[in-house]
Ligand binder design. Sequence first.
Ligand code: FAD
Length: 276
Amino acid sequence: MSSPQISFEFFPPKTAEGAEKLYITRARLALLKPKFMSVTFGAGGSTQKGTFDTVLEIAGEGFDAVPHLSCIGASKQSLRGILTQYRIHGIRHIVALRGDLPSGMKEVGELRYACELVKFVRAEHGDWFHIEVAAYPEYHPQARSARADIENFAHKVKAGANSAITQYFYNADAYFRFVDDVCKLGVDVPIMPGIMPITNYMQLMRFSEMCGAEVPKWIARRLEGFGDDRDAIKAFGLDIVTAMCERLVMNGAPGLHFYTLNNAADCKSICERLHL
Ligand code: FAD
């Protein structure tokens, strides 16, 4: 198996203990020599400082540190300020997103879709930033139709994105089909599958409900059957996610982007099983 690019995603910690835990997680995952490490951003700016501080810490450790940035609820002025700060600190790689309007927030902001944010970043900063965007092999839950979502994704790439990271999925066929479909629309940027290790049944079902990712029925039933047996859930999750990653890489996925949830163990086990 050729060696695919791997990358890890973290969320900004809220407490000193969380920061310490993330530091240890990063140190463990650093041994796998990731291409980059990204840090999520709370839409509406709720984690702006946390994201910024974590990104600078990662950059200080010598990694390609990649902030996520969402435009929903934001003014161009505030986005300009954030991008300028990143540029001043030598950050050259971002994940550009629309985000979801936090409950209670009414103003959509000046940019309505991620493609508008991509255009804005290109207009303000030329080629300074490598821009990643989000992709949805099982389609975004708010898309008018699967076709419309594929076309919107293609517009987003044509607006200036360099590569994409997918929402997580447990059905590799959805990924391959999506890549084929967007390729027919002239999209040839790398599309990295997003990988979510399975460690907790209830949490997985809750996340998947929110983001529109499908947990195939046979997987859900097996996980449900393990009840509170966390070791059994982990062992089963590790088996099926590793098998899916293997199939993705063997069939041409350019890399794997892990949603770590700030934990190293499962991502590390999957990479070790794949001999990455
Ligand atoms: P868009 O690409 O703008 O698409 C949103 C919806 O609008 C889709 O249904 C699309 O089909 C539709 N659409 C797009 N353009 C048009 C148009 N011109 N006309 C009509 N409809 C259109 N959320 C966070 O809050 N913080 C994060 O850090 C974060 N990181 C993420 C990382 C990855 C890799 C992924 C996959 C998701 C992430 N998200 C994050 C979640 C993301 O913000 C949500 O899924 C959000 O609902 C959509 O963001 P987007 O950038 O994909 O939006």
